[in-house]
Design a protein around this ligand. Sequence first.
Ligand code: BTN
Length: 254
Amino acid sequence: MLDAVTGPDWTVQLHPMAESTNELAAADPVAGTVVVADHQTAGHGRMGRTWQSPPGSALTFSAVIDPGLPDADWPLLPLATAVAVAEGLRRCTGLEPVLKWPNDVLLGDPVGEGLRDGKVAGILLERVTAADGTPVAVVGVGVNVAMTPDQLPVPTATSLLLAGANVDRSAVLGAILHALTVEVTALASEPDRLLARYSAACTTLGHEVRVDLPNGNVITGLAESIDEHGRLVVAGRAIAAGDVVHVRAHPASP
Ligand code: BTN
């Protein structure tokens, strides 16, 4: 069982079991609340997918945040969360996570082919309305902490344990929440800082990619940059949402 983590910025609710912490948090979204499930049984993923984790193997939580941002800057929140998750994992494990646009957190090459990194954490951010009418974000984070190879949901996933870090889930939660506070606080006044930090950690940039858009269209080409709205620019076209596959590193990239 996870230990409760408390701090000045967050009120943590710990549930032994929950279907989805995002659903629980969205049912009564109070900014500053963190809903943690020791075991999550029916987690939601991006693009309508599910998120699975065997008991005891993962950290699954949702933080309710009032980012105080104008609507136009909300698309930067998933990127700030990705930077915070990567920073939290780096602090508590010493590993160096990288990011796949928009907010997958990856760790070094579990298939050993030198081609791709494994997904260690996923983020699902939903915008809901608090009781007083304020728009708030439910920031759902799932981290594969102690999964063994046979427990991985897909072969392209990895865990902190498999990457060499044997770390307690409560320590991971504390490190991520601390980093989340820092990144979200800085976002409103320094969006350029976030874009620089995100771009530096984003392994998508410099890759030839295939992007499946929500409307079913597909775009392929070189992932060139992240624009000021957090969109991925592929072959000159800015993409706001989609599912990215890294096809190959561009020959000109380092
Ligand atoms: C993805 O990569 O598809 C996003 C996965 C997000 C999973 C987390 S686990 C905690 C929170 N509760 C949910 O139902 N989903 C998120």
